[in-house]
Design a protein around this ligand. Structure first.
Ligand code: ANZ
Length: 845
């Protein structure tokens, strides 16, 4: 059959691959170098969509490429199968989340198999499998034992619709990431992981990833961790038992502090207001209620008129001894720094706005008119010794202008700091504070501890038992996994407490310590815990004695190339990095970063817009595959542009891709030279194209220029067709060489077509493991030079050689020329003069 029929080709090769398992990685004796290529594992909600098709196409190009380069490549797949999407879908359909999840996984598996992703199907895992989450519980207990998992009552982000707690990261512009409902605050006792202990390392180690992770992701991670450097300054408060620290990035402005502000929802505010007059307490309570109804975004908005309550308490300035009024105001956040600020209205805009509303004093301590660099010019003084400023300089009067003086300048009104630059003054002030024992250099982070407990059913149960007297007891390792009870009979609908609390038989257990009545922790873990270490589980997914096998970790980890969407740029990657560092510190893994390099593919959009069911612009993957075939879709993804860019499906032509594949495939049906025929005498121009492709493709793939490689394959296909139709013809060995190379190149992008071509060319399957061919460098040079070959100074022959041929190669070539062989005969060559590429002279005698 001479027509390209993608459906027939797909049917032909799938069962063969099932049998050959070309991507198995279970041979422990395999001595090839190793690569670990990982695609972010999917949520099994619904069938695969265009986004999956794109991401898996890219991951597969890399996995198949490394295999052709002679690496043993681990490319596993699994499912992130716990979590809200599955649970909400299950609630909507009234089915068991487990059954629903598993049937979706089966659907995914079928689709992925058909999509011919080069996965090792013997390593699959899914996180809702007790065999997986047993080790999730182990991980929790490892953190617990290390003091990195703890419980605290705190204000949490609460989604009133999903009735669940959200991590800061899951609140987008004050709304629930999943359902867009405005998030409110609620006080609950929750489990946390102490990621803040790792803030410095999580930030500093990003430098190692420079150039290997997208710059955008590095920036997002840096901003998320948000390190500020400055100082901690302690203030006495009259009538208060201990000194109150504040965090400031501008200790140089301490002499300009004229009042203090505390966050209304902080413990400190509650303590201070307790000692205030009844009238103040009432006003404060009303204010606190208002604040509780506000989103974080509103609170921090600089647009809103500042509000606050005078607590009628006084702080003592640590250097001047002045009494500074203490206010509570919502622009100060309870969970940043120490939840209190020294207000410097002259130099901080928020403080100035506040001071102007409540008529509080403003004191300028930085002369922002003074030159910052170089030697200070002599400032002219009046008869009283005060500086005379030129008339045209703006007045240093923020209280009137409303503009805080945030620029650089020279210190004034600041005692021994006067005349110093900002940097100098910051250093000096820290010394002063340290000497007086009222402050020190300090850092503050935007990063908060990771809230890991969820009041939902479909997640990993937290392996802690609470005794009647309030003790937390870890479930002993040999009793893991703590499996989820059957969902039948449980009300899964969200209501603010975990559905597991109502599973009496499950929740009531004897204390592991003394058998006294106790209760299991009813919460489940954030699914980001599950995905924080799954890359390690893939290394020994069926090991029921440990979370991961250290020997396999040694062999494969860390991940060489991680592929997935930019939507995981912050959360998932940060958590995986954190858990990896914890595992390193506990001696479980020998590295500190999980993902050596990262590819974030763009989105597949339609007409410039994100595809969604509600917008009615959904392109359905299964229909595209049906119409154009797997290879045409995969090839289209790679050809559409750089993988990081969005793909507008409107600009993509699967028909064009299909036509190209047919053209390439038909070449393999030509009456080609026999396999193994030496192509040396073949058409030199075509050979040059072939070997250029072989030489260039590896660098292009490694720098992720997949689209360029596809374009080059198209060119090579055209050149080959020309050589067949109007050149040396199909039987020229150079044509066979070109067609074999096209098949090899296509094996990265269009595995079915490539395999079928390989069979047409007379080879055994699978082309996936055929191995890349080495480019013959001598064929790459465009110019050839005619070398003259002499024997005893007389020209005996000529030969065309590459312009950059080496002396030794030229000599060897020359010796075999007929004219040379004839005239040397049996004589002994006593001396050879080689001047590559133009001349060889054999001296005989
Ligand atoms: C005095 C001062 C003077 C400040 C000045 C700034 C400029 P970043 O860069 O975000 O770390 N601050 C401290 N804790 C706060 C809290 N819990 N809520 C709101 N604001 C808080 O900002 C650090 C600055 O933000 C700190 O430095 C403090 O104001 C304020 F000319 O202290 B600064």
């Amino acid at each position: 059959d001479e027509t390209y029929d993608f459906a027939r080709i797909q049917q032909r090769w799938l069962p063969v691959w099932d049998r050959l398992r070309p991507f198995a990685t279970d041979d422990e004796t395999d001595a090839r170098p190793r690569k670990y290529v990982l695609d972010m594992f999917p949520y099994p909600s619904g069938d695969l969509h265009m986004g999956h098709a794109e991401s898996y196409a890219y991951g597969d190009v890399l996995a198949r490429y490394w295999r052709q380069q002679g690496f043993n490549v681990l490319h596993p797949i699994g499912w992130d199968s716990f979590g809200l999407p599955a649970e909400n879908a299950a609630i909507k359909r009234g089915v068991d989340p487990k059954a629903w999840t598993e049937s979706n996984i089966e659907q995914h598996k079928r689709s992925m198999r058909q999509y011919a992703t080069a996965f090792d199907w013997d390593r699959i895992l899914h996180t809702s499998d007790p065999a997986y989450y047993k080790w999730n519980q182990w991980l929790f207990l490892e953190l617990y034992k290390a003091g990195l998992a703890y419980r605290k009552p705190s204000n949490v982000n609460w989604c009133p619709k999903d009735q669940t707690v959200l991590a800061n990261e899951q609140v987008i512009d004050g709304r629930c990431e999943r359902c867009d409902t405005p998030v409110v605050k609620k006080k609950l006792t929750q489990w946390y992981f102490k990621i803040t202990d790792y803030a410095d390392r999580l930030l500093d180690d990003l430098n190692q990833l420079e150039g290997r992770w997208p710059e955008k992701v590095l920036r997002m991670q840096r901003n998320w961790i948000g390190r500020s450097e400055g100082a901690e300054v302690e203030f006495e408060i009259e009538g208060h038992h201990s000194r109150v620290p504040v965090f400031t990035t501008r200790p140089d402005t301490l002499y300009g502090a004229t009042f203090m502000v505390v966050a209304p929802d902080s413990d400190l505010a509650a303590e201070l207001v307790a000692g205030a007059p009844a009238e103040v307490r009432m006003r404060f309570q009303a204010y606190l209620d208002d604040v509780g109804r506000m989103t974080e975004i509103d609170r921090q908005s600089t647009e809103r008129v500042k509000t606050g309550v005078d607590l009628q308490r006084f702080a003592i300035h640590p250097l001047t001894g002045e009494r500074l009024p203490v206010w509570a105001a919502d622009y100060v956040l309870a969970d940043y720094g120490h939840g209190a600020v020294m207000a410097v209205p002259a130099h901080d805009q928020r403080d100035l706005d506040f001071a102007r509303v409540f008529d509080l004093p403003v004191k300028v301590v930085v002369d922002t008119n003074a030159p910052v660099t170089g030697v200070m010019p002599a400032i002219p003084l009046d008869e009283h010794g005060n500086a005379v400023l030129p008339d045209d300089l703006p007045a240093l009067d923020p209280k009137t202008t409303g503009e805080a003086l945030t620029g650089d300048g020279r210190m004034i009104n600041s005692g021994e700091l006067d005349g110093m630059s900002k940097q100098h003054a910051i250093g000096r002030m820290v010394q002063l504070l340290e000497a007086k024992g009222v402050g020190r250099a300090a850092k503050s982070f935007r990063l908060r501890d990771w809230l890991v407990s969820r009041q939902r059913y479909w997640g990993t149960p937290i392996p802690i038992v609470h005794t009647a007297d309030g003790q937390e007891v870890p479930v002993p390792l040999e009793q893991l996994p703590v499996t989820l009870p059957d969902s039948a009979g449980l009300d899964l609908s969200p209501k603010g407490t975990s559905p597991l609390g109502a599973a009496d038989d499950w929740v009531n257990v004897p204390s592991p310590i003394d058998g006294s009545p106790a209760r299991r922790d009813p919460d489940t873990m954030d699914t980001f815990v599950d995905s924080s270490w799954y890359y390690l589980r893939f290394l020994s997914p069926n090991d029921d004695t440990q979370a991961f096998d250290p020997r396999q970790v040694e062999r494969w980890a860390p991940v060489d190339r991680y592929v997935g969407g930019v939507e995981h740029a912050i959360l998932h990657l940060l958590y995986a990095r954190f858990i990896t560092k914890v595992l390193f510190d506990l001696g479980h893994v020998p590295f500190t970063e999980p993902f050596e390099s990262l590819l974030n593919q763009g989105m597949v959009i339609l007409d410039g817009a994100k595809m969604s069911k509600s917008k009615g612009n959904l392109v359905t993957l299964s229909e595209e595959l049906e119409q154009f075939g797997v290879d045409a879709i995969r090839l289209s993804m790679s050809f559409a542009g750089p993988p990081e860019d969005d793909i507008d499906w409107k600009d993509v032509s699967p028909t064009g891709a299909q036509k190209f594949l047919a053209r390439a495939w038909r070449l393999s049906k030509e009456p080609l030279a026999r396999a193994g025929t030496d192509p040396k005498p073949g058409d030199r121009a075509l050979r040059r194209e072939t070997h250029r492709f072989l030489a260039d493709a590896p660098g292009l793939i490694e720098s992720l220029k997949f689209n360029v490689v596809v374009a080059r394959l198209m060119e090579l296909t055209n050149a080959t067709r020309k050589a067949v139709d109007s050149g040396p013809g199909a039987a020229d060995p150079a044509v066979r060489e070109a067609v074999e190379t096209i098949a090899l190149g296509l094996s990265l992008f269009a595995p079915y077509t490539a395999e079928d071509m390989w069979a047409n060319l007379g080879f055994e399957p699978s082309i996936a493991n055929a191995g890349w061919r080495k480019a013959d460098r001598s064929l790459l040079v465009e110019q050839s030079v005619t070398a003259v070959v002499q024997v005893n100074g007389k020209v005996r022959d000529r030969v065309d050689v590459p312009a950059d041929i080496a002396d030794a190669d030229l000599e060897r070539t020359a010796r075999e020329l007929p004219g040379v062989v004839r005239s040397i005969g049996d004589a002994e060559v006593r001396h050879v003069v080689v001047r590559a590429p133009r001349l060889v002279n054999f001296v005989i005698g």
